[in-house]
Design a protein around this ligand. Structure first.
Ligand SMILES: Nc1nc2c(ncn2[C@@H]2O[C@H](COP(=O)(O)OP(=O)(O)OP(=O)(O)O)[C@@H](O)[C@H]2O)c(=O)[nH]1
Ligand SMILES: [Mg+2]
Length: 513
């Protein structure tokens, strides 16, 4: 894995922690047009402070010593109001918790620092999916965004289908490690039939969710060290035509909007004039809304960033310019594109929205994008997959069902189904054997009939031959008798006339022969 080091210094927010409610609990109006089905609430992060039951007021000193061990930020209401009237420093609250003010230092104030330290040691991961037609400026923009040079070979326009190519890089800025994965859609928009160009992208995103789900479902899972490949953001490159979105753009964004955070951007924005650009942006946004495409909206519920995020939501889609070249402006080298008529500076906000994109994507909302991916898109995928497998939270009578109950019911159902199938197969087998037996019996019968018929014919033929033989034997007997008689007559004749009889004898012999 290539390891790159970034020269730019980043300002680190402590763990990205927000005072406001988690994103999945935000009302849809705060999320602009983003109103996919709400994801279930996420459990608190490991190590987060949880309210614990409080020992009785004025109880024996804790083994930890002093009042410090008893001092919790929020305490559950005492059941049945059994607790004495609130002491000084405790204010009853309507949410079922009592607030205590601490009388001294406890130490859990360092919890955010502990989280920051842990996160820094562990490193972060961020996965970007770049969708755009071949040559739309994807690689150049990513290089500009991360101030780096990810060598990504240019692709041809002759690929038979869209292919996704993922490359992971290790980046370091200050002491923060980032595992950055860039996924490129190679050959996007190059096919004659673009009808299902989005399918390989959908499959890829689902495959990453599935891999995470499988890891989660393992008995011995290692999510801590798991390389999360789920896509956190999709930068959708719109060609700077100045007209409107293409069908391919709408179709692709529509099929991805429930799976990934989409940030639409107009690539190579230096090829479109300022007035045309504003009209183009408006047109794109109205087309996205009218087609029900839900793009990512920068969150406005965190007061520290709500103002800037609201403004930036109004600038979407960002019109960006990328460049790998540096040009000398004054006495500074800046990333820019030099033309015969002038210089387009990538980081000049009067020239393009590159800085806005970088600020929103990397500096302000990276953690939110990661959180949204987990709490919204992955949760939706997980829910659908588990429902597909037959798991439900509530049973037919709207009663809650535990996973084990569902599993056992499913197992029983499968067992019955298996038995039914086995019985059916056995029945089919017996039926087939019976059919075969009947066929064989019939064939045997036919052979027997044929055999008997032949035997009969054979008997008849034998009888006929025997009859013929008898006739022939009779004829032979008659002939022998006649011959004997003739001999007798001849001998008698030769005795009476010897000379003439010799001649007669010769004549007779010749006539017999
Ligand atoms: N005018 C203009 N040209 C740009 C811009 N960004 C990139 N280019 C040029 O467009 C061409 C393609 O840029 P790439 O960044 O390789 O585009 P790509 O989308 O990564 O291309 P494939 O990965 O091959 O699909 C190069 O010649 C870039 O110099 C831009 O903002 N404006
Ligand atoms: Mg490229």
């Amino acid at each position: 894995m290539p390891r790159q080091s970034l020269p730019r210094r980043a300002t680190l927010r402590p763990g990205g922690a927000r005072a406001a409610a988690p994103r999945h609990e935000r009302p849809p109006q705060q999320r602009g047009g983003y109103c996919a089905p709400p994801a279930p609430p996420r459990p608190p992060a490991r190590g987060a402070a949880r309210p614990r039951p409080c020992p009785a007021a004025g109880s024996a000193p804790s083994p930890l010593g002093g009042g410090a061990a008893r001092a919790f930020l929020s305490l559950p209401a005492w059941p049945g109001g059994a607790m004495a009237a609130p002491r000084a420093g405790r204010q009853p609250q309507n949410d079922g918790y009592r607030t205590l003010s601490l009388s001294g230092h406890v130490g859990f104030g360092s919890l955010p620092d502990q989280l920051v330290k842990k996160s820094i040691n562990q490193g972060f991961c961020f996965n970007i999916l770049c969708i755009g037609e071949t040559g739309s400026g994807k690689t150049t923009l990513i290089n500009s965004l991360f101030n780096s040079n990810f060598d990504d070979p240019v692709s041809t326009h002759f690929l038979p289908s869209v292919r996704l190519k993922a490359q992971t890089y290790k980046l370091q800025e200050s002491n923060v490690l980032l595992n950055l994965t860039i996924v490129n859609t190679v050959g996007f928009g190059d096919q004659i039939n673009k009808g299902d160009s989005y399918q390989p992208i959908v499959d890829y995103i689902d495959a990453q969710f599935e891999a995470y789900l499988q890891e989660e479902l393992k008995i011995k899972r290692s999510l801590f060290s798991y390389h999360d490949t789920r896509i956190h953001v999709c930068l959708y490159f719109i060609s700077p035509t100045g007209h409107s979105l293409k069908t391919l753009d709408l179709l692709t964004m529509k099929s991805l909007d429930s799976k990934v955070n989409i940030i639409p951007i107009i690539g190579k924005a230096d090829s479109i004039s300022k007035t045309e650009l504003q009209k183009f942006k408006n047109k794109i946004m109205s087309e996205l809304i009218s087609n029900g495409v839900q793009i990512y909206q920068f969150p406005t519920d965190d007061e520290t960033v709500s103002k800037i995020n609201t403004i930036m939501n109004g600038h979407l889609p960002f019109a960006v310019v990328g460049s790998t070249e540096e040009v000398k402006i004054g006495n500074k080298m800046v990333r820019a594109r030099q033309y015969p008529w002038g210089i387009v500076q990538v980081e000049n906000e009067n020239h393009c929205d590159f800085v806005k994109l970088r600020e929103m994507l990397i500096c302000t909302n990276m953690e939110d994008l990661r959180e949204q991916t987990h709490a919204r898109h992955y949760e939706l995928y997980r829910r659908c997959r588990l429902e597909e497998m037959g798991f439900r939270d509530i049973g037919p009578e709207n009663k809650p069902v535990s996973l084990q109950e569902t599993y056992e019911a499913k197992r029983h159902e499968f067992y019955l189904e298996l038995q039914r199938k086995e019985e059916e197969m056995r029945h089919q087998f017996v039926q087939r054997v019976k059919e075969k037996e009947a066929m064989l019996k019939e064939a045997e019968q036919q052979i027997q009939t044929k055999f008997e018929h032949h035997m009969l014919m054979h008997q008849e033929a034998k009888l006929n031959l025997e009859k013929k033989k008898k006739v022939l034997e009779d004829e032979i007997a008659m002939f022998i008798e006649k011959k004997a008689n003739a001999k007798l007559l001849q001998s008698q004749a030769s005795v009476s006339t010897p000379v003439s009889s010799k001649r007669d004898k010769d004549r007779k012999n010749s006539s017999f022969m």
